[in-house]
Design a protein around this ligand. Structure first.
Ligand code: HEM
Length: 89
């Protein structure tokens, strides 16, 4: 599971770069009234949607991995404190 989380984080990090380049360019083009340029490139919107989809999928995986991991850690430390309190009796 840790290997998959590392892989997901790597993909998430690398996919963030083109996304962080494309989103401000799109915003500037749209706000400056040059949105037609994007319409002339049919793949423009599709690339952004696919990038966002993969970012959302890898991000959701990282989010759940963190939650599951935290819960496991809490359970383990609860068992450890329980054992140590039994030892002291
Ligand atoms: C769309 C839904 C998204 C979700 C649910 C999501 C979720 C997450 C989560 C949970 C982490 C923390 C990972 C960890 O440290 O355990 C993370 C890290 C990060 N996210 Fe996202 N994210 C999303 C979209 C994006 C987008 C759109 C970008 C940038 C364009 C982005 C860029 C990053 C970066 C750079 C990190 C740090 C990665 C690292 O550990 O080096 N994310 N994200």
């Amino acid at each position: 599971m840790k290997e998959w989380a590392q892989r997901a984080r790597k993909w998430h990090r690398w996919l963030a770069i083109p996304m962080l380049v494309l989103v401000p360019i799109s915003a500037v083009l749209r706000l400056s009234g040059n949105g037609k340029i994007m319409k002339d490139i049919p793949a423009w919107e599709a690339v952004q949607s696919i990038l966002l989809l993969f970012l959302a999928l890898t991000g959701a995986y990282l989010y759940t991995f963190r939650l599951v991991n935290r819960r496991k850690r809490m359970r383990r430390s609860a068992v450890a404190t329980d054992r140590s309190s039994q030892d002291s009796v």
